[in-house]
Every structure is written in structure tokens, then in C-alpha cells.
Design a binder for this molecule. Structure first.
Ligand SMILES: Nc1ncnc2c1ncn2[C@@H]1O[C@H](COP(=O)(O)OP(=O)(O)OP(=O)(O)O)[C@@H](O)[C@H]1O
Ligand SMILES: [Mg+2]
Length: 206
């Protein structure tokens, strides 16, 4: 009789455990997919038409655990056309900006990610309520090896690598900051990166 009860109890437990395992597997699968997106080597890299909101979401999946104990994250994604780009490289740019934002925040900060379209460009903005950047340093943040972080913590390469990736896309990266209030990085990318190709499409369509 007791045995029967134990089995009932176990059955309930097993169902719950299987549910949890499935949730865990879905999470792991998503993280592995995100890591694959990021780790794709330059050799296989191809220009793709990608949804940058989705690329940002992938970046967030990777960085969220690092960021969440310091800052709340708000996303304000606008509707974006697909952008001709190297998605894994742009993922790297977004990750650098996000990690910098988190590192600039002591505690209890806020990071806002927003996106939008302006004429033939898409823009992506990473805003933080961190320590800010002095006027003197503002002109140097994109220089290779410029870092204000302790030895062993920063190499000073994140922003210079990001700058060159964005430049490769024919885009720009801008920074605005106020010491003690926070920093805003804006990446602007042309929807089509080769004007000749865009023109060809236009001709083919008309
Ligand atoms: N969001 C930010 N808020 C305040 N300072 C920033 C921010 N982003 C960048 N900086 C400043 O710019 C410097 C250069 O940033 P960059 O990402 O290139 O290198 P790093 O973060 O120091 O090192 P790495 O990215 O290689 O680990 C930083 O050391 C910091 O002083
Ligand atoms: Mg950095």
C-alpha cells in the first residue's frame, strides 16, 4: 500500500524533473547556437542580410549573466530592415559595447539598448549610467591599447576592433559622455554596404 503511494509521489516528481531538464536543454541549445554565431571564423564569413535586433538579442543572451548583477537592461528595439553585414562581427561589436557599459557601472546602473532607422542607415545605441569618460579621454577611446582599466583587466582593444569592424561595414561609431552621468555609443550602418550592388537591385526591381 505504501509502495503505491511512493510511486504516485515519484511520478509527479519525475514529470516535474523532466520538464526542468527540457527547459535546461532549450537554454543550453540557445547558448550553444549563440556561441556558434560568435565563434565562426573569418574564413567562412559571408555578407548576409541580417536582422540586427536578433543579433543584439543573441549578444544579450551571452552577456546577460555578466551584466544582470550590476545593471538593469532595457531594450527599445525599433522595427529594422535587414542589413547587409557580417553578423558575427557585429555581434562582437555589440558585446564589446555591452561589456564596457557594464564595467563602467559600479552597482545599480541601467543599460539601455535601442535601435532604429534613419534614411538609408540603421542605428544601434548602447547607453549606460556609468562613470562616464573625461573630455580628455573621449578622443582616445578608439585608439588601440588605450585603456583606463587595471593591468590584466583591459587590453584596450575592444573599441579599436569595434571601430574597424564598423568601418568595414561603411558605418560610423560615435560616443557622447558626461563624467558621473553616463555614456552613449551609437553605431550607424548603411542598410546596403556596397552602393553598386544596391543600385543593381534597384535597376533590377524597376
Ligand atoms: N561605456 C563606457 N563608460 C566609460 N568608459 C568607457 C566606456 N567604454 C569605454 N570606455 C573607456 O574607453 C577605454 C577603452 O575601451 P576598450 O573597450 O577599447 O578597452 P578596455 O575595455 O579598456 O579593454 P578591453 O575591451 O580590451 O577588455 C576603457 O578603458 C574606458 O576607459
Ligand atoms: Mg572593452
Amino acid at each position: 500500500m505504501r509502495k503505491g503511494h511512493d510511486f504516485d509521489f515519484l511520478r509527479g516528481d519525475i514529470v516535474a524533473l523532466l520538464g526542468e531538464s527540457r527547459d535546461g536543454l532549450v537554454r543550453v541549445k540557445r547558448i550553444v547556437q549563440d556561441l556558434k554565431d560568435f565563434s565562426r571564423s573569418g574564413a567562412e564569413e559571408a555578407w548576409e542580410m541580417a536582422n540586427l535586433n536578433a543579433v543584439l538579442e543573441s549578444t544579450l543572451n551571452i552577456a546577460r549573466n555578466e551584466v544582470k548583477h550590476k545593471a538593469s537592461i532595457e531594450t527599445r528595439f525599433g522595427e529594422l530592415p535587414k542589413v547587409e553585414c557580417l553578423p558575427s562581427r557585429l555581434g562582437q561589436v555589440f558585446l564589446n559595447l555591452l561589456v564596457n557599459a557594464a564595467q563602467a557601472i559600479g552597482a545599480d546602473g541601467k543599460i539601455t539598448l535601442s535601435t532604429g532607422v534613419e534614411s538609408s542607415d540603421v542605428w544601434i545605441r548602447v547607453e549606460d549610467t556609468g562613470c562616464g569618460i573625461s573630455e580628455e579621454n573621449l578622443t582616445r577611446v578608439f585608439d588601440p591599447f588605450f585603456t583606463t582599466k587595471p593591468v590584466g583587466q583591459g587590453t584596450g582593444l575592444g573599441l579599436s576592433v569595434s571601430y574597424s569592424i564598423v568601418a568595414k561595414h561603411g558605418g560610423q561609431i560615435e560616443v557622447a559622455s558626461e563624467v558621473g552621468r553616463g555614456t552613449r555609443f551609437t553605431v550607424r550602418l548603411p542598410i546596403r554596404h556596397t552602393p553598386a550592388e544596391a543600385l543593381q537591385t534597384l535597376v533590377a526591381e524597376t
